[in-house]
Design a protein around this ligand. Structure first.
Ligand code: MF3
Ligand code: CO
Ligand code: CO
Length: 258
């Protein structure tokens, strides 16, 4: 069942998503060469707490960290630890915050100091693919229209979308129906309606789409060792334009989809 959010729900979910977006900004501004991923996760924990929130990840299916921090060939669900960030790495940070009873879920990939042209193009294409998907999140469309917009943009730029992990509805729980795949899956063809809140989150590999899970039981990496990027926003379907709940600021014109 897909849970439509009422205006009263949204009065709580908007601030929850705003906190998640703010914390993600704070973490990405903090990232620099020489930090370990554990230091980044500890910083994130402190920022989430200072905003009055709680990590939606810590303890979820026994997940052991406050955020997901995935470096280079790591796709998602990277565990914080002793790995040091180096200049030229790209790091995907995923933040889920519980606040006022609702979850905000948002992620972004950033360069550590700077990065190569392939990594930069991968990040640009992934973020742009997310916004292509968001633009398709309008009533009258179906979930497959979001999926198709993401997949076409990514594959048109020579990269590949991960199949094994997908976007999702989000609300009082982190994972609600429907699933929002980044590839056209005829099973995910639900009609979009105002009041739906969706986490749209392309995971894009520079090489082949295949992934595997490391022995830690969590970290997802590309099978071919190629770089991967991940961008995610929690989005409200409205009667008109989608509202990006985890990014209440104005979207720059460079990401506007016509
Ligand atoms: N935030 C991830 C997502 O975008 C899920 C993280 S699962 C956890 O759906 F176990 F790492 F918390
Ligand atoms: Co997420
Ligand atoms: Co998500």
């Amino acid at each position: 069942m897909i849970i439509l959010k009422s205006q009263r729900d949204l009065e709580l979910m908007r601030p929850a998503c705003a906190v998640a977006g703010r914390v993600l900004d704070e973490i990405t501004a903090f990232i620099k060469p020489g930090l370990t991923t554990r230091q980044v996760d500890e910083f994130a924990a402190a920022r989430i707490k200072s905003h009055g929130g709680k990590s939606a990840f810590l303890g979820y299916r026994k997940y052991p960290c406050h955020t997901c921090i995935s470096v280079n060939e790591e796709v998602v669900h990277g565990l914080a630890g002793n790995r040091e960030l180096h200049f030229g790495d790209i790091v995907s940070v995923d933040v889920g915050v519980i606040y006022k009873g609702f979850v905000g879920d948002t992620a972004r990939t950033v360069a550590v100091g700077g990065c190569g042209v392939l990594a930069q193009r991968l990040m640009d294409v992934t973020e742009r693919a997310l916004h292509e998907g968001i633009a398709a999140a309008v009533p009258g469309n179906r979930v497959t229209d979001i999926s198709r917009a993401v997949q076409n943009y990514v594959e048109g730029n020579g990269f590949s979308v991960v199949r094994e992990f997908v976007g999702h509805g989000v609300g009082r729980s982190m994972h609600e129906e429907p699933q929002v795949p980044n590839f056209v899956d005829p099973k995910s063809n639900q009609k979009l309606r105002p009041g739906m809140t969706l986490a749209i989150e392309p995971m894009v590999n520079a090489g082949q789409p295949g992934v595997k899970i490391l022995k830690d039981g969590w970290t997802v990496v590309t099978q071919d060792g190629s770089l991967s990027a991940h961008f995610e926003q929690t989005v409200l379907v409205t009667e008109s334009e989608p509202e990006i709940l985890t990014w209440p600021e104005k979207v720059p014109s460079s990401l506007k989809v016509s």
